[in-house]
Ligand binder design. Structure first.
Ligand SMILES: NC(=O)NCCC(=O)O
Ligand SMILES: [Zn+2]
Ligand SMILES: [Zn+2]
Length: 483
């Protein structure tokens, strides 16, 4: 049974053109005119784009004494509803737990996925077992390892551990990722704020100023450079961190920055809302920033110094957020966004002229597929690629409400925002999962996507580092020792 997407305009990261797309057995088998299919999806007035890839989600993640509320069922439904056809979640070993053991836990959870998925592996402690198992993890198709420079006493790793793990990544052809905030400073600032009576959600923002992010980003970049490995900086929220990434890229270092849709469109004013619940629901790390930082992130997307837009979807209910009444450090950190990333970015980015449609595809899908070494199977509209596609109606509008969302939580941080630009159809490997907001996705349809190590950038950087590595000077005559 074949499916034809007819009468649309294909939009990829570098091209815009009118053509139909023919799909069979989950893959694109033809692009052109005059094609015939058993089922026809009408894309008149729409753009046919690679489905979104969200490189940063936390589904059913154990964190801060609870579990994030969206699992692989509700989370991947939310993804598809918003035009995202693949998520990359973080397998998170608890300190002392083996990587393969954690991977087994994430394998068990992800059987419910409605769309394709992959995992990053977190390095939350360091030892011989972690060193050894990183190889096995890579052989299982995971080529990215995440490090938390924050969450002191829980997930945080220190500089010696970072350096050791980054070097191991370099050997394996894997890419280290960092949550870049100076966890020691955050812990000190938090303790002082609490002692001074700053207990509300606004103190979360005070405890994590842009400097803690800028400092940690600079440090991670330099450590990666010394280890000879590329670096992916997650949730880049401010100019201080963006500036470090921009400067590194201009100096030839291989660094990617990932702003979130929340940081691009919501600002720190949210934390000063008189309603405690409103403010606490928006507590995440790093926190939302002011307009100057938002402008910097938008400029990074249009200039190319920032590479991808993610969500860091880590949703907690209001009841879970209330664990932190009286002590902001106990508010579970995280916000949702999976269903809203594409419509919000289109509305705030493409409709305003901040980014082009092609840049939209690049930062929501193609760049991510390239960095994660799954391009062009994912992130492309090409013959042979997986038919993970979104048929995007630029005229369709809605007001975002928690009442109509797929996410399991009881609010939405974008509540009340009008978005213009929505999926008419979302296809997951050829299966029509969404039609104008109506879900027809299937639990368990999603499959693990293996991502091989030694992608093009890793190969190029290791060749360069090898060529420029310290080596002894060959001398014809060596003088006798002066001793
Ligand atoms: N970002 C956040 O606040 N929660 C999720 C965990 C993380 O990415 O730091
Ligand atoms: Zn983080
Ligand atoms: Zn995260």
């Amino acid at each position: 049974m074949s499916t034809l997407i007819a009468n649309g305009t294909i939009v990829t990261a570098d091209l815009t053109y009118k053509a139909d797309v023919l799909i069979e057995d989950g893959q694109i088998i033809g692009i052109g005119h005059g094609l015939k299919g058993d089922t026809v999806l009408d894309a008149t007035g729409c753009y046919v784009m690679p489905g979104g890839i969200d490189p940063h989600t936390h589904l059913e993640m154990p964190f801060m004494g609870t579990y994030s509320a969206d699992d692989f069922d509700s989370g991947t439904r939310a993804a598809l509803a918003g035009g995202t056809t693949m998520v990359v979640d973080f397998a998170l070993p608890s300190p002392g737990q083996g990587l393969l053991d954690a991977l087994q836990m994430w394998d068990n959870k992800s059987t419910r996925a409605h769309c394709d998925y992959s995992f990053h592996m977190a390095v939350t402690w360091w030892g011989e077992q972690v060193f050894d198992e990183m190889k096995a993890v890579t052989e299982r198709g995971i080529n990215t390892f995440k490090h938390f420079m924050a969450y002191k006493g829980a997930l945080m790793v220190n500089d010696d551990e970072l350096f050791a793990s980054f070097r191991r990544c370099a050997d394996l052809g894997a890419i280290p990722m960092v949550h870049a905030e100076n966890g020691d400073v955050v812990a000190e600032l938090s303790a002082r704020l609490l002692a001074e009576g700053n207990t509300g959600p606004e103190a979360h923002a005070y405890s994590r100023p842009p400097q803690v992010e800028g400092e940690a980003t600079n440090r991670a970049i330099m450590i990666a450079d010394m280890a000879g490995v590329p670096l992916y900086v997650v949730h880049t929220s401010c100019e201080d961190s963006h500036e470090a990434i921009r400067r590194a890229r201009m100096a030839g270092k291989r660094v990617w920055g990932e702003p979130l849709i929340q940081h691009l469109t919501l600002d720190e004013g949210e934390y000063f809302n008189a309603d405690w619940d409103h403010a606490a629901r928006r507590v995440m790390s790093p926190p939302f920033r002011d307009k100057r930082h938002q402008d910097s992130l938008w400029a990074g997307l249009s200039s190319g110094s920032l590479s991808v837009v993610a969500t860091d979807h880590c949703a907690f209910t209001t009841a879970q957020k209330r664990f932190g009444v009286g002590n902001f450090t106990q508010i579970p950190n995280g916000t949702g966004g999976l269903e809203d990333r594409l419509p919000m970015l289109w509305t705030a980015g493409v409709n305003t002229g901040r980014i082009t449609m092609n840049e939209f595809v690049a930062v929501t899908s193609t760049n991510i597929a390239k960095i994660l070494n799954i391009y062009p199977r994912k992130g492309a509209v090409l013959v042979g690629a997986d038919a993970d596609l979104v048929v995007w109606d630029p005229a369709a509008e809605k007001v975002i409400t928690a009442a109509s969302q797929q996410s399991a939580i009881d609010y939405n941080v974008f509540e009340g925002k009008t978005v213009k630009g929505l999926p008419r159809f979302t296809l997951s490997r050829g299966h029509v999962a969404v039609t104008e907001g109506r879900m027809s996705s299937a639990e368990g349809h999603g499959k693990f996507v293996a991502r091989p190590p030694k992608g093009p950038v890793s190969q190029a950087l290791s060749a360069w580092k090898e060529l420029t590595a310290p080596r002894p000077v060959q001398r014809s005559g060596i003088p006798a020792s002066g001793v």
